[in-house]
Design a protein around this ligand. Structure first.
Ligand code: G3P
Ligand code: CA
Length: 226
């Protein structure tokens, strides 16, 4: 059962920051999950929302700011918005990286970065998972490079996610854990997919979901996953 740190170790450190990812690594995670958008000048940056308002001291849309502008916004504990490259260099293959495509236009630059890390830095495709609720971006990812492991995110319907996962030959289906039952988990696995539900934080929920036999759990508190 894989232990996957949501936005790093969001229960302990500011989400999607280098100290959050380091905390998750210190907890011995198998993988980290993070969210990406594009800056106005085309850099892949790690931030959940489409604006900087909630998590930084700045305001405005991420994709209307250059990376130089974004880099000046402060996050708690003296952090700033990292680039995807900074996070990958921090991780240094110590765990896999689940990149969730949030912002429009992120598929192509993320594929290019994965290919660079595989070809130049000697990472493996299995060091990555690309996921998204925007399934069109997953189709685009597969069309650009079918070696990249894909996870289909869903917060509404497992049946539609299963159909789409078959179509694009995804590796995994990552549902909101509320949608899961033991029968559905087993069905998805019989169909050949890994199941990594999110965001499972309470100990009781973690136990229940573990009893379903899922392949991994995405949690703000990855140390709670035994
Ligand atoms: O990748 C799973 C989970 O992170 C999806 O929801 O809103 O936390 O990005 P959200
Ligand atoms: Ca996410």
């Amino acid at each position: 059962m894989l232990k996957i740190g949501h936005r790093g170790a969001r229960g302990y450190e500011p989400e999607n920051t280098l100290i959050s990812f380091q905390k998750a690594l210190d907890m011995g995670v198998d993988g980290i999950e993070l969210d990406v958008h594009l800056s106005a000048d085309g850099l892949v940056v790690v931030i959940h929302d489409e604006t900087v308002d909630r998590t930084t001291d700045g305001s405005g849309l991420v994709n209307e700011k250059t990376y130089e502008q974004l880099s000046h916004f402060r996050i708690e504990k003296n952090q700033n918005i990292p680039t995807l490259k900074e996070v990958l260099d921090l991780v240094d293959r110590k765990c896999f990286v689940n990149i969730e495509l949030k912002g429009n236009g992120t598929a192509a630059p993320v594929v290019a970065m994965i290919q660079e890390y595989v070809q130049v830095q000697k990472w493996s495709y299995d060091d990555f998972i690309v996921s998204s609720f925007e399934w069109k971006m997953l189709s685009e990812t597969v069309a650009l490079d079918s070696n990249i492991p894909i996870a289909v995110l869903t917060e509404t319907t497992i049946a539609a996610a299963l159909d789409f996962a078959k179509k694009i030959k995804a590796r995994a289906i990552n549902p909101d854990f509320i949608l899961l039952e033991i029968g559905t988990t087993e069905q998805l696995q019989r169909e050949g997919f890994k199941v990594y539900p999110w965001t499972v934080n309470e100990i009781e929920d973690i136990k229940t979901i573990q009893n379903y036999g899922v392949d991994g759990i995405i949690s703000d508190f990855p140390d709670r996953i035994q």
